[in-house]
Design a protein around this ligand. Structure first.
Ligand code: Z5A
Length: 217
């Protein structure tokens, strides 16, 4: 029997609590003796990390075109899929990802209002068949998320967008989550302990103990 790991993605606006969720998921899986590889997007390979720096930096000399931003996100994603995610899944390891394709659909499709057909063409051209087995979407009012992010210090280029941008991004996230399978929406405005419990319940429901044993076998 071929060994294939599972691909879990955490999504949501800034300050939704993705970093905390990543830690909860990794800890939970490691307790089941599952080998976990955690990733982040954009980033996760040397080249993709350089692209991350490019898209996050504020450059007062040249504005980044929305289409360029989209292409950089997918360039970074293809590097990560090719060099990290697919090899890990083929080994039977589990991927726990801080953002993936849903981010581009929400931020570049919803926030930037880029043509959905353009994004879908790009997705189908470059992503291949590797899709998340489960996406945990942490839903948060952007005003709350941004205030959490702002408390950490200086805001990056995307975080400096107007509230409207994040309202559109959240709406797109919610639209996708409402219509597509294997996405669980979690109310991220709740206290951390409640969010963590909701995450564990979702993991147990999608990956009952028997599937975890099979994965390690
Ligand atoms: N982007 C894009 O546009 N298109 C794409 O395709 C991709 C990404 C892949 C990545 O930045 C940026 O790229 C992002 C989207 C865009 N831009 N924006 N804006 P990033 O990775 O640096 O930023 P982020 O992903 O938004 O991460 P973040 O700001 O660190 O958010 P977080 O990880 O979700 O939050 P956190 O660090 O876990 O929590 C924030 C604070 O809230 C922290 O102090 C926690 O202790 C606190 N917290 C967490 N949970 C709770 C609860 N439940 N209650 C109270 N306080 C909490």
């Amino acid at each position: 029997m071929s060994k294939t790991g599972k691909f879990i993605v955490v999504e949501g606006l800034e300050g939704a609590g993705k970093s905390s969720a990543m830690a909860t998921i990794c800890h939970y899986l490691q307790q089941q003796q599952i080998v976990v590889v955690s990733t982040r997007e954009p980033g996760g390979t040397p080249l993709a990390e350089k692209l991350r720096t490019l898209v996050k930096q504020v450059d007062s000399n040249e504005q980044l075109a929305a289409e360029t931003e989209l292409l950089l996100m997918y360039a970074a994603r293809v590097q990560l899929l090719t060099n990290v995610i697919r090899p890990a899944l083929a080994r039977g390891d589990w991927i726990v990802a801080d953002r993936h394709d849903m981010s581009s659909r929400a931020y570049q499709g919803g926030g930037r209002q880029l043509d959905e057909q353009l994004i879908n063409n790009l997705r189908s051209s470059v992503l291949g068949n590797t899709k998340p087995d489960l996406t945990l979407y942490l839903d948060i009012d952007p005003a709350i998320g941004l205030s959490r992010a702002a408390a950490r210090g200086q805001l990056d280029r995307i975080e400096q967008e107007q509230l409207d941008f994040f309202i559109r991004t959240r709406q797109k996230y919610r639209d996708i989550a409402a219509t597509e399978p294997a996405i669980v929406t979690i109310d991220a405005s709740k206290p951390l302990a409640d969010v963590q419990l909701a995450i564990i319940i979702a993991l147990n429901s999608y990956f009952p103990v028997s599937s975890k044993e099979q994965c390690n076998g």
